[in-house]
Design a protein around this ligand. Structure first.
Ligand SMILES: Nc1ncnc2c1ncn2[C@@H]1O[C@H](COP(=O)(O)OP(=O)(O)O)[C@@H](O)[C@H]1O
Ligand SMILES: [Mg+2]
Length: 238
């Protein structure tokens, strides 16, 4: 059960949004997802409170450096994918979570390209590799990309990062009202009312493509839990 964490030392980079999109898409595909909310601001926990039970998703709040590994151990048997949302910091919890991750996703805003917070995480990963011989796979995911950001500009960013040996996902996450709306209404893109929120279909396509690309990066292929596959329901479905 792979552990995917979202890290960027800067707040507002789009970590929580990307983490929630991945969690809800994987859950929609029938995977059992445990989201660990490692951000003291508790956005994912608040989303879970607004949402009520969401099929295939379990959210764990109040995580500490000491408890993180215990949560991963305890939930391992009932989880296909762990997703860890982290604070916009480079503190002990961020370092611990990265150390326990199979893949670190580093969201970077495509428009502003303020990559300082991302660079801090890339430096941390490099230090872990050098000092502890710990090689943790990681990728940059461009977020909040608008039509104003040209394909050429995105390719330039990708090229710059590739020159440093950093993988950049082919699927950027767009700037979309529907993504923001999830935190207001709770639930997933698949339960949003298309009458009330614009372009839900495009949002679903984008989030789905993002989740599929993340899955392709995972070293082991997880078979969806038979119960969710056959009955379309998870452990907590009524
Ligand atoms: N793809 C997106 N489309 C629209 N709004 C977004 C998107 N990603 C982030 N935001 C908004 O930007 C702000 C910061 O995003 P958030 O995901 O909370 O970043 P972080 O977790 O890195 O602090 C929030 O108000 C969020 O709604
Ligand atoms: Mg956040």
């Amino acid at each position: 059960m792979p552990v995917i964490s979202f890290a960027n030392a800067k707040g507002g980079a789009g970590k929580t949004t990307a983490a929630l999109l991945l969690a809800t898409e994987l859950a929609h595909q029938g995977f059992r997802v445990t989201v660990i909310d490692g951000d003291p601001q508790r956005w994912i926990s608040q989303w879970a409170e607004v949402s009520g039970k969401v099929r295939n998703i379990e959210v764990i709040s109040e995580v500490t450096v000491a408890s993180l590994a215990c949560h991963l151990r305890e939930m391992a048997g009932v989880t296909d994918y762990f997703i860890i949302d982290l604070a916009g910091a480079r503190d002990a919890l961020v370092t611990t979570a990265i150390g326990l991750s199979d893949h670190v996703m580093i969201p970077v805003q495509g428009s502003a390209m303020d990559a300082k917070g991302a660079a801090q995480i890339l430096d941390l990963l490099a230090t872990m590799k050098e000092r502890a011989n710990l090689h943790i796979a990681h990728s940059v995911v461009l977020t909040r990309v608008t039509s104003m950001v040209t394909t050429k500009a995105l390719l330039t960013i990708k090229g710059l990062l590739a020159a440093r040996g950093v993988n950049v996902l082919d699927t950027p996450i767009g700037e979309r009202i529907a993504f923001k709306e999830l935190f207001e209404t709770g639930g997933t893109l698949h339960t949003l009312d298309p009458q009330k929120v614009s372009n839900v279909d495009k949002a679903k396509d984008n989030a789905g493509a993002f989740a599929r690309e993340v899955l392709r990066l995972m070293p082991t292929k997880i078979t969806r839990s038979p119960i969710s596959r056959i009955f379309g329901m998870g452990r907590h479905a009524a």
